[in-house]
Design a protein around this ligand. Structure first.
Ligand code: ZN
Length: 341
């Protein structure tokens, strides 16, 4: 067996091992994601990697999906899981807001469906997300060029690192191609204050609460089912994210938590964390009240942002996920809200 042939067998084996590993990762991600019924006809996809909670409604007219998953791959898992549940076609995709963990799966959805969101979602997707996406594509493009140059350098000295570099380059080239083939998709239908969709006998109300988590969130309310998908107006069991740059308003957010607690709801699907009952509104409200009070006091005492980030603690929320990281960010966002002119 000559060396060249040996190398090529090695290369093929490496490739095969890589493909098996990659398929294994994909398979395990798909396996992790489960369809769970919330109430008859309405489901969530549990444990979808890097994503906010995706829900879908199945009616005689077809399927209505809420949020798309946090990557094209997660979007593909959503499509697969829906197909395993029903033969009905997807007709609607509702986006609760623009954040990428809720919208990056859009390209995986079939063309021609109706994508509905608040009007500020379009502006935010084209502003924040497209900018970030273009930056990532540019960075990867430079990286691929660098790797190509490095590879030809390795080849010129017949280095043993050639195959490792080749694999890395192949992976990055595939990723870059996916980026270059990704069309930036925006909602096809937007609304300002409220929108009602009647779909297969089920009423779906989209309600704009005003600025809260962002300036473009929708509450998705199913009055007959007494269920609401709140998007990221609720984080259950984790500290929330507050997006000042996209028009957050924590006082209005608190007011809506109070209001929603009085509604006739049996199941709440939060943006993140497990499905809950209405008590989750109280917990979110209390957290935001405590956070705002602590920041307001610190401002009154003349503390700088850095000092308040060091000193403010809300130990009653220590058990929630992302406590240390998000508390610092939350303090900054509320500080900006309270001191904005
Ligand atoms: Zn969000």
């Amino acid at each position: 067996m000559n060396i060249k042939k040996n190398k090529s067998i090695c290369h093929s084996l490496f490739l095969l091992a890589f493909m098996v590993l990659f398929a294994g990762i994909m398979f395990s991600q798909e396996q992790q994601a489960n369809v769970v019924q919330v109430v008859p006809h309405l489901y969530i996809i549990d444990s979808l990697p890097g994503s906010g909670n995706v829900a879908f409604l199945v009616t005689d007219e077809g399927v209505l999906v809420i949020d798309s998953g946090g990557s094209i791959q997660s979007g593909k898992i959503v499509i697969q899981k829906i197909k395993e549940t029903t033969q009905k076609p997807i007709k609607y995709l509702i986006l609760t807001h623009y954040h990428r963990d809720h919208t990056s799966g859009i390209p995986a959805f079939p063309e021609g469906i109706t994508i509905v969101a608040h009007q500020n979602v379009t502006t935010n997707i084209l502003g924040f997300n497209k900018k970030k996406f273009d930056e990532n594509t540019q960075r990867l493009s430079l990286e691929v060029e660098k790797e190509r140059a490095e590879l030809s350098q390795l080849k010129s000295v017949n280095s043993p690192d050639i195959s490792v570099k080749e694999e890395k380059l192949k992976k990055d080239e595939a990723q870059l191609q996916e980026y270059n083939n990704t069309k930036f998709i925006v909602p096809t239908q937007t609304y300002q204050k409220e929108k009602t969709i009647s779909f297969g006998g089920v009423t779906v109300q989209l309600i704009y609460p005003g600025g809260a988590h962002t300036n473009g969130n929708s509450l998705v309310y199913f009055p007959q089912l007494k269920v609401m998908h709140t998007g990221d107006l609720l984080f259950n069991g984790t500290l929330p994210y507050i997006d000042f740059d996209a028009g957050s308003n924590t006082q209005n957010w608190i007011d809506w938590m109070k209001k929603l607690y009085t509604w006739d709801l049996v199941k709440i699907i939060p943006g993140h964390g497990p499905v809950s009952d209405k008590e989750v509104f109280k917990r979110q409200e209390d957290y935001l009240i405590h956070l705002r009070a602590a920041v307001a006091t610190a401002i009154k005492e003349g503390l700088t942002l850095e000092k308040m980030q060091e000193s403010i603690q809300l130990p009653q929320y220590k058990e929630w996920k992302n406590y240390s990281r998000l508390l610092k960010m939350n303090i900054e966002m509320v500080y900006k809200e309270m001191t904005a002119k």
